[in-house]
Design a protein around this ligand. Structure first.
Ligand code: ADP
Ligand code: MG
Length: 697
């Protein structure tokens, strides 16, 4: 038994070698130099524990070995130069509260002017004739170069690769670096090794200790790569273990095997003829639901491909077999919309459909829940409220999740636990490239809706700069004057108050200015649900002509009369997301258009937006997206409802993915529930990643 004291604050009396994640779960507050105030700042970065800190990976590194002569450094790009200050100019007070400090900096061949603002203290501390590195952007021209507010490092420092972290106000790079360093030195011995030895050997991986040290403070690009590869592998392995475990659990047995009953009356009653894809997707479901093990099927179809009619068909089949169906949508707006659609499709055939959402009054909820429990309602449509413990089903046979990329994987699992291993149907409009689909859905069966219903015309798409905004407005007005409706979408990246303010004031400006003769509505995520629904209903009923909105309209909103969409700051979105947004128009018989406005006209943005004007094939678009952004962004974004990955999004290496998948299979083949001692750390990590206990039941 060894007693350790870390940071002189807490005592440790556990056997070394039995060290688990919990040892790194000490609050960062107890690290040297921290205290309460600072740890509150760190919390804003999502860092509460030492573990969080060590897993707060650098966004990138500054490599001082890559410094270039000033004369050769590119203009307007970040670079590292090395030299010394030869002359300091006197402080210049530009106006109250703004002082400028300038100095001549040289590498003995070329000079540059170093410019700093309001940093007198730092400026004064700089010594002339001592060598420094400057990190920043060179501006100016060939004869007169300038560097504004660069980061400055003494050239004799020992670490020539420096991590750069995501920061928050009050936490600087040097501070964060120092904190990580402290944590590494104090907790070094507490860094356990979660991977079994054979896994490390077979995949040529370094230890976790080495990886954590070198991801933060690599000696060079090579050690950094080694560290990264190990961390990526481990994260993907953990993810894959979790996914496979969840799946195997849902494969056990089926409590609601169904009989082969005809549903022709459903096909006959629909107001349209199903596409071949829709028809065969429904047939896939019907076949699955007659098997011994529960259906586990994904319907993948581009926006507007008619996934709801497929869901309704499956629900009707369950109904005929005396089972209930639960349909879960990511937002109240969508839940309400699905409710309306399913009611329209199914009620004529005697199916009772009900809506259950979080914003209903407790009394209304109670009534609905009673009806669900007694079996009065056969189809329940709702939001997350559906998964709450107090909802009891009479006989839940089918669980449908729409646009599942909005959900946590866990939520899907939760709902599935409600019945006696019910059948599961997932609808997704996000076309996912094959490798990723494999990772995310594993052995899920997939039905693809390839074609759109007949008569749909592709949405004409243009990318323009803000200069043409007035013309875009006029174009909208033309549509509105013809009795159509339109959207203007503004991104709210951070969901921050200032962004919100922007959307609000933009809407106000439009309703008082360019669109004062029209009815303008506003929709954003921070509105109370009741309000949102009211706005959406008003828009559907054409009480609103033009809807100014954040991306809440993104998923599945169906208003066929809407034929024009303008997207502001369109460069802020990924291609797939733009495609989803664009899918809100072109849903009826009218010709529709989409105008992408951006003032960010780099080649890259132009190239990206051009893809959208060229094609309306969601799969092609996602492939382009993948090419342009790399798989990193795909993993990184929360699009797939995957747990947040910390590092896998830095990986552009499909081989690691494959190796991790392979290994996960091997591990589970020998130890399906990760019960062996060798796998105990991995088990903890899986649980941590999925935030819930996968083996409880
Ligand atoms: P998504 O796949 O994007 O969820 P929806 O299910 O919302 O698409 O369907 C989009 C629109 O197309 C709806 O108005 C729906 O009624 C209509 N629709 C679905 N299937 C067909 C079809 N086979 N023929 C004509 N219209 C259809
Ligand atoms: Mg939909």
């Amino acid at each position: 038994m060894e007693v350790k004291s870390a940071c002189g604050f807490f005592m440790h009396s556990e056997i070394v070698g039995e060290i688990m994640i919990k040892d790194l779960e000490k609050p960062v507050m107890y690290l040297k130099g921290m205290g309460e105030k600072r740890s509150e700042l760190y919390e804003k970065l999502g860092i509460k524990t030492v573990y969080d800190l060590l897993y707060h990976f650098p966004r990138y590194y500054i490599d001082f070995t890559s410094s270039v002569p000033i004369g050769e450094a590119p203009l307007n790009e970040n670079c590292v130069v090395k030299g010394r200050i030869v002359k300091k100019m006197p402080e210049a007070r530009i106006r109250k509260g703004l002082s400028v400090y300038k100095a001549v900096f040289t590498d003995d061949i070329t000079d540059l002017v170093l410019v700093m603002y309001n940093t007198g203290f730092l400026f004064k501390s700089l010594e002339t004739d001592k060598e420094y590195f400057l990190v920043g952007k060179l501006t100016g021209n060939l004869v007169r170069k300038e560097m504004n507010s660069p980061q400055i490092y003494p050239a004799d420092m020992t670490e020539l690769v420096q991590p750069v972290y995501r920061l928050t106000e009050g936490v600087t790079q040097p501070l964060l670096r120092q904190t990580v360093r402290n944590a590494l030195s104090v907790f070094n011995e507490y860094i356990y090794e979660p991977l079994p030895k054979w896994v490390m050997q077979e995949n040529n991986l370094c230890s976790l200790e080495y990886a954590l040290k070198n991801i933060h403070f690599p000696q060079d690009a090579h050690t950094c790569e080694i560290a990264k590869r190990r961390l990526v592998f481990e994260e993907l392995l953990t993810l894959q273990l979790g996914m496979l475990m969840m799946k195997s659990r849902s494969r056990i047995s089926c409590g609601c095997r169904m009989k082969n009953l005809e549903i022709d009356e459903y096909y006959d009653a629909l107001p349209f003829t199903l596409t071949d894809g829709q028809r065969s997707a429904i047939e896939d479901c019907i076949r699955d639901m007659q098997q011994n093990c529960p259906m586990n099927r994904l319907i993948q179809g581009d926006v507007g491909s008619g996934k709801t009619a497929v869901a309704a068909g499956a629900a009707y089949f369950a109904f005929k077999n005396g089972c209930q169906t639960a349909l879960m949508a990511p937002t109240e707006i969508l839940a309400a919309q699905h409710f309306e659609t399913l009611k329209e499709f199914l009620e004529p055939m005697g199916v009772k459909v009900i809506l259950l959402t979080g914003s209903m009054t407790p009394k209304a909820k109670k009534l609905v829940k009673e009806g669900v429990e007694s079996g009065e309602y056969s189809v329940v449509v709702g939001t997350h409220a559906l998964v709450q413990k107090s909802t009891v089903f009479h006989k839940l046979g089918l669980v449908i999740t729409d646009e599942q990329h909005r959900f946590g994987v866990e939520q899907r699992a939760l709902l599935a636990e409600k019945g006696d291993n019910p059948h599961k149907l997932v609808m997704s409009a996000t076309p996912i490239p094959r490798t990723l689909a494999l990772m995310i859905y594993g052995d899920l069966d997939i039905s693809v809706l390839k074609e759109l219903p007949k008569g749909r015309q592709p949405v004409e798409t243009y990318a323009v700069t803000g200069k043409l905004r007035e013309r875009a407005y006029n174009y909208i007005k033309q549509h509105l004057d013809e009795g159509r409706q339109g959207y203007i979408v503004c991104p709210m990246i951070e969901e921050s108050d200032s962004d919100l303010q922007n959307v609000k004031s933009y809407a106000k400006k439009l309703s008082e200015g360019a669109f004062k003769d029209y009815s303008v509505g506003l929709l954003h995520g921070k509105m109370p649900s009741v309000k949102k629904e009211q706005v959406m209903t008003d828009f559907k009923e054409h009480k609103i002509d033009l809807l100014v909105s954040t991306t809440v309209v993104e998923v599945g909103v169906d208003v066929p009369n809407a034929t024009i969409m303008v997207i502001e700051n369109s460069d802020r979105f990924g291609l797939s997301q733009l495609h989803q947004l664009r899918g809100r128009v072109g849903r009826g018989q009218y010709k529709s258009s989409c105008i992408l406005i951006t003032d960010n006209v780099t080649d890259e943005v132009r190239e990206r937006l051009r893809v959208l004007s060229k094609t309306s094939d969601g799969f092609k678009i996602s492939e382009e997206d993948l090419k342009l952004r790399g798989p990193g962004d795909f993993f990184g974004s929360r699009q797939h409802g995957l747990p947040d990955l910390k590092i896998a999004d830095m990986s552009h290496d499909p081989d690691v993915l494959k190796a991790a998948q392979e290994t996960a299979r091997k591990i589970l083949a020998a130890d399906p529930k990760l019960e062996s001692r060798e796998n105990s750390c991995l088990k903890e990590q899986v649980e941590k990643l999925f935030e819930r206990n996968l083996s409880d039941n």
